[in-house]
Write a protein that binds this ligand. Structure first.
Ligand code: AMP
Ligand code: ZN
Length: 465
């Protein structure tokens, strides 16, 4: 059995994964709020924890891992996009427009993440389908004196009622108040208290509850959905490190207070943020783009994935155009090398070992390069596929170039045949020089011409010849 070690945010160290039930290893990832296209940063946790999902399936068997990733489909930002549409004259009630928006965004999301080679989780719960469970959990928290209603439609969680609050990020409540914009409100007994339920207007989505028509706070969603799907305790909870506080601290407080016999998630994993060319991605810097923007610009999903995997998930990662070019060349080379190869029955031990060491994807890629330089096509293919690379479905982008290269090979072959007769080799030399300049290695034997794209391969230069 593969021993998998993971860095647990809660204990601040690497731990051996010791599943509660090895026949059903359970992983929960906080998913997106579905109001717009996913930006490139949103894709990082999806790709990183997709590798974890694949590794767990490898180690415990595909039928013995359950992966859940939610959709937050009730939120002010969703309501705002629906309202803007209504004001722009789109027909329908606000509720209908909200629903249209969430449906549309969810289908974009699944499509975009699929292009990056992410397997679909076993469960993709939508918050709006779990409102009764959220209400039940809130009632339980009130009954246990961990929450209170303000009499005006709000229910708040009492942070002081949970002594371990802040244990995940290792900060005291006072530090957290100092570091965060904590909203002080008249209805709060303590500034740190956070909303479990709040009133909704008649036009906006809302549900009947013991506290009037309203809607849940964000944090209770993940606590209620993970409990419904996984029970009191499960193995791994993951998300971006921007969610550690307050979202994950609040999830822990709610879940552990409502279900004190369980321990909620045993291991907490957090990915670091993505930057672009060394800067924080932001709309004001003009370096903000969605996954779809990149795909539309012609970056294959597989290339984006390989760029992501070069950086360890607990380090900030930088998206650069240079990395994308290099990754494209690498994948072309690997795809050419493994063309027609049958994958080995399992990934190479060194690749599995690297991934099992807290998802050392960079180390795993070093091993793939080693296999490639040794020409070990079958091992390379099986190992790359464990990382979600070199799959048949993702290869269409590289296929097109293959066909093109055959045409260029034929052109050079024909030019040489002609030159043999005329003794004028200028056209042969011209083609060879142009191919080299396009980053293509030219291998000529007596009766064949083979073109191999190298790391500098540039399809545009080639087609301009
Ligand atoms: P949101 O829809 O904003 O709740 O974000 C969905 C997921 O994307 C969360 O797990 C965030 O932690 C993650 N995320 C957001 N921005 C970035 C970023 N720049 N880099 C990496 N992950 C991010
Ligand atoms: Zn969550």
């Amino acid at each position: 059995m593969t021993t998998i070690k993971l860095h647990n945010t809660r204990t601040r160290g690497k731990e051996v994964l010791d599943p509660i039930n090895p026949d059903d290893v359970r992983l929960y990832l906080c998913g997106p709020t579905v109001y717009d296209r996913a930006h490139l940063g949103n894709a990082r946790p999806v790709v990183v924890f997709d590798v974890l999902y694949r590794l767990l399936r490898h180690a415990y068997g595909a039928d013995h891992v359950t992966y859940a990733r939610n959709f937050t489909d009730v939120d002010d930002k969703i309501n705002a996009t629906a309202l803007a549409r209504m004001e722009a004259g789109v027909p329908g009630t606000l509720e209908e427009l909200v629903q249209e928006r969430t449906e549309e965004t969810i289908s974009w999301y699944l499509n975009d993440m699929g292009q990056l080679g992410a397997l679909e989780p076993d469960h993709m719960p939508r918050a709006t389908a779990y409102i009764p469970q959220m209400i039940a959990m809130i009632e339980e928290l009130i009954a246990k004196d961990h929450a209170y209603a303000d009499g005006a439609g709000h229910v708040l969680f009492s942070v002081k009622s949970y002594a371990d609050y802040g244990a995940l990020s290792g900060r005291s409540v006072d530090d957290m108040i100092a570091g965060a914009r904590v909203e002080v409100a008249d209805n709060k007994r303590d500034p740190m208290d956070f909303v479990l339920w709040k009133p909704s207007t008649d036009e906006l989505p809302g549900w009947e509850s013991p506290w009037g028509r309203g809607r849940p706070g964000w944090h209770i969603e993940c606590s209620a959905m993970s409990h419904e799907l996984f029970g009191d305790s499960f193995d791994i909870h993951a998300g971006g490190n921007d969610l550690m506080f307050p979202h994950h601290e609040n999830e822990i407080a709610q879940s552990c207070c409502a279900h004190p016999d369980g321990e909620f998630a045993k291991i907490w994993l957090h990915n670091e943020m993505l930057q672009v060319e060394g800067k924080k991605m932001s709309k004001s810097l003009g370096n903000f783009f969605t996954v779809r923007d990149l795909l539309d610009q012609g970056y294959p999903g597989e290339v984006i994935r390989l760029v992501f995997l070069q950086t360890h998930y607990r380090k900030p990662m930088d998206w650069t155009d240079k990395k994308a070019k290099e990754s494209e060349a690498t994948l072309r080379k690997w795809r050419a090398l493994t063309k027609g190869a049958v994958p080995a029955t399992t990934a190479t031990t060194s690749v599995i070992d690297a991934l099992s060491d807290d998802l050392n994807t960079a180390g795993a890629l070093t091993e793939l390069h080693r296999l490639a330089s040794g020409g070990e096509a079958a091992d390379l293919l099986a190992s790359a596929q464990l990382l979600g690379l070199l799959s048949e479905e993702m290869g269409a982008w590289a296929e097109g170039e293959d066909i093109d290269l055959t045409a260029y090979e034929n052109a050079l072959f024909d030019a040489r045949q002609a030159a043999m007769a005329t003794k004028d080799f200028s056209e042969v030399d011209r083609l060879k020089t142009a191919y080299l300049a396009a980053g293509v290695e030219v291998r000529m034997s007596k009766d064949s011409v083979e073109l191999v794209p190298g790391p500098e391969f540039d399809a545009d230069k080639l087609s301009a010849i």
